[in-house]
Design a protein around this ligand. Structure first.
Ligand code: SF4
Length: 70
């Protein structure tokens, strides 16, 4: 039983470290430094507290050519 508990906590810590290493953004929520963090540009219900978002774009990063075409 104790081995299972220790294994669980080790896996939990490893997963947390992995999630932090792949997370985007530098603030608590992605929207904090997203270029679309504006009610007129983003209608997602997650805004302004999105943790995961496929539309996230770093406002410090240059705008890519494919974004200009939209
Ligand atoms: S696109 Fe995603 S990360 Fe950006 S403001 Fe909207 S919900 Fe937040």
């Amino acid at each position: 039983m104790e081995i299972a508990l220790v294994t669980f906590f080790v896996m939990l810590i490893a997963w947390t470290c992995y999630a932090l290493s792949i997370s985007q953004g530098s603030e608590e929520f992605l929207c904090g430094d997203c270029r679309f963090n504006d009610p007129e540009q983003c209608l997602k219900v997650e805004r302004p507290r999105a943790i995961l978002c496929t539309s996230y774009r770093d406002k410090q990063a240059p705008v890519s050519e494919s974004e200009f075409k939209r």
